[in-house]
Design a protein around this ligand. Sequence first.
Ligand code: MN
Length: 284
Amino acid sequence: MRKLSDKLLEWGYLLRDRVLASKAHEQLKSPLLCRTEKWLDEMQSSEERLHDNQEKAWYDVAHHLYDQWRNLQENTTSVPIGEHTLPPLPYKYNALEPAISARIMELHHDIHHKSYVDGLNKAELALQEARKNNDYDLIKHWERELAFNGAGHYLHTLFWSIMSPKGGKPDSELLSEIQKSFESFNKFKQQFTNAANKVEGSGWAILVWSPVSRRLEILQAEKHQNLSQWDIVPLLAIDVWEHAYYLQYENKRKQYIENWWSIVNWNEVNKRFMKARQLTWKPF
Ligand code: MN
């Protein structure tokens, strides 16, 4: 048992002032401010003497807050774990009428999209907890939630932004790529329309850029995801189909995965990461 160091409190107040004064995007700034203030309150209201464990926990929070502060400063503006936010609609609810009614927009944005944001935050925090406790009993459940809600959030964020009351036309660069990939704009439109029309159950039709084929493609997504998130870039992947290991490991998939770690080409993963991180959209 000992006294909480004044230094930590002092440092906390300094951090709070810096965050307050920061010119970063409000949506990234305010969660950090909230968290810092909550942390300061908790430390202040605690008894003067405390267990080492408690102090360590507060130092851990300090490190975490510091990381987030650095993100703000460097303007890398990453969304902290569990702190996704609902992006505001870039136009009024009734702006897309008569194609889409105001009532649909209101329900779709405020209720449905919001629930994906909440679900994604919940899944991210649950996985953070799992890492902390090294407890992965519910990994399948939370990965499912992460994919479903993450894909829901990212796709809706995309969806609002690619609509506008006045519509528009692809510019010459995109148009010539569409012509290259689909023969003509009309054929692209036909395929996209049919893909959208024939999605089994609920889902999406999505125009994508493939960095490998260097062409555009049209894909269907059932629900939002089927265990992926759209609008992400794969960096590291392991094939766990039976054809990848059965001949050698039979049913011992775990052994295969353990050995696989020793042959990961991190140079290539580094390269992919450095390139992929350059692609950023506005954070939500
Ligand atoms: Mn929707």
